[in-house]
Design a protein around this ligand. Structure first.
Ligand SMILES: [Zn+2]
Length: 381
């Protein structure tokens, strides 16, 4: 990862490269990321910089043998620990990061701004959840005890560390308490509050910076070859979520838009059978995906409200524009609050293991009511 492969974060990049230059990189760091942010790419940049044979001007050289290995995520001294679970081909008892290492490399090469959901989908565990540590044991101990292959540092990147189980947490803790020489742990998480407090107290914590629309747009424009106008539109809509902006730039589509559109269409038609089937389908997604649907839906509702009521022009193109144009008037002051509460409540119940099919069906019935109240209010105007 080169310095410019990551949008924004100028201060953090400075801090990281200075720590390496001055040989003051702590042996345990925690990067506190934001949802859809760049905490993983930051960890990758820091690692590449640490490993590079001739870094220059605060960036990697990009051409030395180490850079070639870190670029392909095959450096023998860079180890990853990520959430996994059993799949159709790998039994749960055998599932650890090493079993999925090829998938992991491919996923990072395809898009280093990877989300947990993308990762679960790639390895086919989107209906369950990933865990860290259940079966990392032997391989992890081996990697820890080996000397570094290249004689430099050894790095362990632990991604979504909040998903680690207590046994693994305690194993890590031991290493944080008695650090081996030239071994660095980079713990990446969006939810540090979920980590053992003893881990938190032994890591040096840095927080991802907020990214401006302008720097995200500039990044999208030069990385994904989109026009300046589209780059600005994408950045504006992403509201700091680099993951969704890069995904949209590559795919031309909001991942949850189709799902939301379908839901709203069924609500509009008061199609109870259709809503029942939709609820069944939604409930089949894992909890993370359902949570992401809710956060996507909240954004879409917010956009509709702003378009229909406050008359703020929202930049967008094509099919998406036509959906918003037709649907936005139904979301107005008479129902926007209720709609948002409804989604937050659904998310709350899903988190707490309430029967998901019922949660979504119940929410659908309420959504029908809210939508038709909004329609009436729109007609009165
Ligand atoms: Zn290099």
């Amino acid at each position: 990862m080169r310095r410019n492969d990551i949008p924004g974060q100028d201060e953090l990049k400075e801090v990281f490269t200075r720590m390496v230059d001055q040989e003051k990189l702590p042996h345990a760091m925690l990067i506190h990321g934001v949802e859809g942010g760049v905490s993983l790419p930051l960890a990758l940049f820091l690692t590449s910089y640490l490993m590079c044979d001739s870094p220059e001007g605060g960036d990697i050289c990009g051409t030395c043998p180490s850079c070639s290995k870190t670029r392909h995520f095959t450096h023998p001294d860079v180890h990853f620990v990520v959430p996994v679970n059993g799949t159709k081909t790998i039994r749960k008892e055998l599932a650890n990061t090493d079993r999925f290492i090829e998938d992991w490399r491919e996923a990072l090469i395809a898009n280093p701004f990877l989300s947990l959901r993308d990762w679960y989908e790639r390895i086919g565990i989107e209906r369950s959840q990933g865990f860290i540590g259940d079966r990392e044991g032997k391989e992890f101990r081996q990697k820890l005890s080996l000397r570094s292959y290249e004689g430099k540092a050894k790095v362990f990147i632990i991604w979504h560390a909040d998903r680690m189980n207590p046994t693994f947490g305690n194993k890590i803790l031991k290493n944080l308490e008695e650090p081996s020489e030239r071994t660095h742990f980079i713990v990446v998480t969006e939810q540090p509050a979920q980590l053992l407090t003893t881990i938190l107290s032994r890591t040096q914590r840095v927080k991802e910076e907020h990214i401006s629309d302008e720097s995200l747009a500039a990044f999208l424009e030069h990385t994904y070859d989109v026009t300046a106008e589209r780059a600005m539109n994408l950045a504006f809509r992403a509201e700091g979520n680099v993951h969704s902006a890069t995904k949209e730039a590559q795919e031309n589509d909001d991942p949850w838009l189709a799902e939301f559109r379908e839901w709203m269409r069924l609500c509009y038609k008061k199609d109870l059978v259709g809503l029942f089937q939709w609820s069944e389908k939604m409930a089949k997604n894992n909890r993370d995906a359902q949570r992401q649907f809710v956060s996507g839906a909240l954004k879409m509702l917010d956009r509709c409200f702003r378009m229909g009521w406050v008359e703020t022009p929202i930049p967008m193109e094509g099919e998406e524009a036509s959906f918003y144009k037709g649907f936005a008037p139904f979301i107005n002051a008479s129902n926007v609050r209720q709609f948002m509460d409804l989604l937050e409540e659904a998310s709350f119940h899903v988190e707490r293991n309430v029967n998901e099919k019922l949660v979504w069906y119940d929410s659908s019935i309420k959504a029908v009511r809210f939508m038709h109240a909004g329609k009436k209010a729109a007609e009165r105007v």
